[in-house]
Design a protein around this ligand. Structure first.
Ligand SMILES: Cc1cc2nc3c(=O)[nH]c(=O)nc-3n(C[C@H](O)[C@H](O)[C@H](O)COP(=O)(O)OP(=O)(O)OC[C@H]3O[C@@H](n4cnc5c(N)ncnc54)[C@H](O)[C@@H]3O)c2cc1C
Length: 355
């Protein structure tokens, strides 16, 4: 177990916000996690407790005046084979994309469209990460966790985790109550590529790949190259991926918007709802590539869904920019944009700003 008092969280958040935690504890096993929890309850239970992964979906507004937990539980093992399916149990501290890459090398398919998503395996199950038509919740067999309040161990079936667009019970009714320790994915031995989303087919054509010549590793390379062109690399420009979620509006609302804005894109969600790309709404409000006055917080020039730290931004600069965008989108389209990024503020009391 590594214990770091008054630790900078710069390395632990991809926005590159310079904040500190009163105590950061990294643990390598469930036993060490329980020791860390005992320390917390003995010495600092009046202060807040936060479990982070790779910090690629977090925005810290202040120094975190409590304990931050970080998992180093790594590695994976096959726990069952059922026909075409392979059940693989993975440590929550493993880098998600390392597991995606390993799984494809080993001939376990299903995660290829999720290539290149930053962060850890544990957070994949909290966030229900998704990209290019795939969502990890559809491949999760079980999630294991330890209660932060009493150290008891729990296991949920994937079907009990309430998976929906970037949602799970771990972000809702069980938010901040458990440390996720292991995730078991149900992968397949047969490769069934999903190519209908986000320009995958066009990118394949450009790479002179046909469906017949496609392997899972080649599809991974296609996805990684699309992502490289669209998204800023946090190592170069601080960011947390898509800052906002794509809003879902009623059919009636969508039709009324379409009569005023005939170009508005929308994707049917069931019979009575449409998902509208938040990036389009933000761009229409003139925010693409813009910043507020001289603030280092800016909207990315290529992907307006991404807010970036152009150097030295405070969490409050990014939050201010987020609120200005929300206000403009609400004024122009009557739609409230909800943020996908977890905004963590601590000012006297632990507070997580509601999306
Ligand atoms: C460049 C870039 C591109 C991105 N692209 C995508 C994308 O295509 N699709 C997508 O869905 N997301 C994307 N993201 C967002 C991000 O990668 C995911 O949300 C990811 O799952 C966050 O993982 P993390 O380990 O960094 O978690 P963190 O950001 O550290 O934490 C996220 C949440 O999970 C909780 N948490 C983390 N680990 C644990 C644990 N072990 N136990 C309990 N709670 C835990 C935290 O408390 C927090 O609430 C992108 C981010 C970046 C920077």
């Amino acid at each position: 177990m590594n214990i770091y008092p008054y630790c900078s969280l710069l390395r632990y958040n991809t926005f590159g916000i310079q904040v500190k935690a009163d105590l950061l504890v990294e643990y390598e096993s469930v036993g060490e996690l329980k020791q860390a929890l005992a320390l917390y309850h003995e010495r600092m239970s009046e202060k807040p407790l936060l479990h982070i992964g790779g910090g690629s979906n977090l925005l810290f507004i202040y120094d975190f005046r409590g304990m931050v937990l970080h998992s180093l539980v790594d590695g994976y093992s096959v726990i069952a084979e059922e026909g075409d399916d392979v059940l693989v149990r993975v440590g929550a501290g493993m880098t998600f994309d390392d597991f995606v890459s390993d799984s494809l090398w080993r001939g376990w398919f299903g995660l290829e469209n999720l290539s290149g998503i930053p962060g850890q395996v544990g957070a994949s199950a909290v966030q229900n990460v998704g990209a290019y038509g795939a969502e990890v919740g559809n491949l999760i067999e079980t999630v294991e966790g330890v209660s932060l309040s009493d150290g008891s161990m729990h296991k949920w079936r994937g079907s009990e985790c309430g998976y929906a667009y970037r949602q799970s019970i771990f972000k809702q009714e069980l938010a901040r109550q458990y440390a996720i320790t292991y995730v078991t994915y149900r992968l397949h031995r047969t490769f069934r590529p999903s190519l209908e989303y986000g320009g995958v087919r066009q990118a394949m054509e450009q790479a002179a790949l046909t469906e017949d010549s496609l392997t899972a590793m080649k599809l991974r390379q296609v996805i990684l190259s699309i992502r490289r062109h669209k998204l800023p690399d946090p190592a170069v420009l601080g960011n947390a991926g898509s800052f906002f979620m794509n809003p879902v509006v009623t059919k009636r609302k969508f039709m009324s918007l379409r009569s005023r804005y005939p170009d508005i894109p929308g994707y049917m969600q069931g019979a009575n709802a449409y998902k509208v790309p938040a990036a389009w709404l933000i761009e229409q409000c003139g925010w693409k590539g813009r910043r507020l006055n001289d603030s280092p917080a800016a909207v990315h020039d290529v992907q307006p869904l991404v807010l970036v730290n152009r150097g030295g931004a405070r969490g409050s600069d990014i939050l201010h920019l987020c609120e200005e965008i929300q206000t403009d989108v609400k004024k122009k389209f009557g739609i409230k944009l909800r943020h996908e990024v977890n905004i963590i503020a601590y000012g006297g009391e632990f507070e997580e700003i509601e999306p």
